[in-house]
Design a protein around this ligand. Sequence first.
Ligand SMILES: Nc1ncnc2c1ncn2[C@@H]1O[C@H](COP(=O)(O)OP(=O)(O)OP(=O)(O)O)[C@@H](O)[C@H]1O
Ligand SMILES: [Mg+2]
Length: 272
Amino acid sequence: MDQSRRLKSVKQGNKKMKNPFLKANGISKRFGALAALTGVDLEINSGEVLALLGDNGAGKSTFVKILAGAHTQSDGELLVEGRPVTFSSPKDAAGSGIATIFQELALSENLSIAENVFLGRELRRSVLGIPFLRRTEMRDRVDALLHELDAHISDPEAPVGSLSGGQRQAVAICRALNLNAKLVIMDEPTAALAVAETRKVLSLTRRLAERGCAVVLISHNIADVFEVADRMVVFRRGRKVAERLRQQTTPEEIVSLITGAHPDVRALETNQ
Ligand SMILES: Nc1ncnc2c1ncn2[C@@H]1O[C@H](COP(=O)(O)OP(=O)(O)OP(=O)(O)O)[C@@H](O)[C@H]1O
Ligand SMILES: [Mg+2]
């Protein structure tokens, strides 16, 4: 995307800041004696890629698992489109339009792309009381989604087992879109990918945001984050220590925020 379009979408994101898709207020999570998250406040806007950064163990995955209904917070509240929500399972989160693409993608190798996209919510019709799958309709829908994402996959009938890592990410993104996800969370989607595949997944990520989805991206790769994220949030030891718009920061500053060398983080941590 060129600079002016990106700035425009960031501005739109800012404008929507008053009505975020999701708002986290004071989220804390304890695992026994360990405080994995402490008082995290965060807003996630539609049409925006928000990157979560931080060292190993900073609490990023724990936070997105709470958004995804895989963990329940010990404290704090989540609001979706202004309404308080309680998620007891990933199904509850999906019901609020939140889809998560975890590193281990959970696709079925021996099923086709189309079958994977519709898994568990196949389209059916009934003829004389006998249910039939609406295969052509499902295939056409998946074809349209793949085309829209510019995923370069020609045959929705191909088994997922024959796809590369990047293509599998595209299938997982199609599945999220097919669920009408309004927030797509991606936890290290490019960690295991080669350079060309990484580029493809990053451009899919931008496309999701341009389609109006809110996207949360976790990545340790600062260059990738600077390429796609509109806003960045840094976690350290379970706390949110910084938030920056992409055009107001640099990779160097983000690294110093992650490592704790940044004066803002040092000030914050000496006051704790
Ligand atoms: N199910 C669990 N039970 C107990 N402790 C956990 C559990 N999940 C995470 N933790 C702990 O919570 C802290 C935060 O972990 P989390 O996985 O959220 O970190 P992260 O920022 O995603 O790190 P990474 O970059 O390595 O993926 C860590 O100290 C971790 O050991
Ligand atoms: Mg993690």
